[in-house]
Ligand binder design. Structure first.
Ligand code: G4P
Length: 285
């Protein structure tokens, strides 16, 4: 998605429309599956979701777990559980973790299934709305779960045209987010964290500043991984000097012996995004 598209769609009217569509569809769904990026589970959420879904059973899908720190992801799962929210780690690139999704839906909706059984309504499919901000992997998730057999059912009675329903099997139907849900852009940390992961284009932010901020987080929790990648580093300095050290180690020196910190910044961000530094989570419980 281009920056222009982002800025065009980032318009209060669009959010109001999405909010309206969700409210409208809420009576038709049984639960909400929220896809977030396991590396930044806080920043990759829409701040209004919890309120918008009005207490519907809520399942958090910690996607891209292949790129996150496994122990941190496990901490997040425990944390959500303690709040009564179901959470599972998934990886839509390989499909890992997805096999437990259907059972998690059934567990989250155990009361409803029991009520259906009492009324003899066995076989009524469970309907789950999949939500998430752009780029967290919603489409990858739906494609993975629906597989080749997916049948798209659109325009159900009483529902705004254009809603995308996917019949997964006799027991489960998924609905794609009706509209676009945005992250909390006005929060600087959210913008930075989404830029680290590549969900927001870093062209709109200063690359060196961004790399320095990333180094602050990495030197707090992942010094060993930084040194494995770039060699011995002196952490008793500010993040600009640390970036300089890394650039120098990679031979990024310009005339006069100074480090080309802009090149070093681009390299660091790219290597973080490609998991070359390691499996790293930027937000902890
Ligand atoms: P969206 O619908 O929420 O906007 O997200 P989408 O599925 O389009 O996924 C956004 C990007 O994240 C895609 O990469 C996708 O391949 C990648 N992705 C989704 N899930 C996972 C995951 O669990 N692990 C990893 N490593 N990547 C994941 P892209 O570069 O935009 O496209 P492409 O590489 O698929 O061509």
């Amino acid at each position: 998605m281009s920056d222009t598209q982002q800025s065009i769609q980032w318009f209060p009217g669009h959010m109001a429309k999405t909010r309206r569509k969700i409210k409208e569809i809420l009576p038709l769904i049984d639960a909400v599956a929220e896809v977030v990026d396991a590396r930044v589970p806080l920043s990759s959420r829409n701040p209004e979701i919890a309120e918008l879904i009005e207490g519907k059973p809520h399942i958090i899908l910690l996607n891209k777990s292949d790129m996150a720190d496994k122990s941190v992801t496990e901490e997040w799962i425990k944390h959500y559980k303690s709040q009564g929210v179901f959470a599972i780690a998934i990886d839509c690139k390989s499909g890992k973790g997805l096999s437990v999704f259907k059972d998690t839906v059934k567990t989250a909706l155990a009361d409803k299934l029991e009520a259906y059984a009492k009324k003899g309504m066995v076989g009524k499919p469970l309907r789950v709305m999949v939500v998430g901000i752009p780029n967290v992997g919603k489409s990858s998730f739906i494609n993975r779960i629906a597989g080749k057999t997916r049948a798209k059912v659109e325009n159900r009675p009483g529902v705004t045209r254009g809603n995308q329903w996917f019949t997964i099997d006799k027991q489960l139907e998924l609905l794609d987010t009706p509209g676009v849900l945005w992250p909390k852009f006005e929060d600087v940390t959210v913008g930075e964290h989404l830029a680290f992961t590549g969900a927001v284009k870093d062209r709109i932010l200063d690359t060196e500043l961004l790399a320095m901020r990333l180094l602050e987080i990495l030197s707090e929790n992942y010094r060993d991984l930084l040194e494995n990648r770039y060699g011995k580093l002196d952490f008793e300095c500010d993040s600009y000097d640390l970036l300089s050290q890394i650039g120098k180690k990679r031979g990024m020196v310009i005339r006069g012996g100074d480090t080309d910190t802009e090149r070093a910044a681009n390299m660091l961000l790219e290597e973080y995004r490609n998991c070359k530094i390691g499996l790293i989570s930027l937000e902890r419980v």
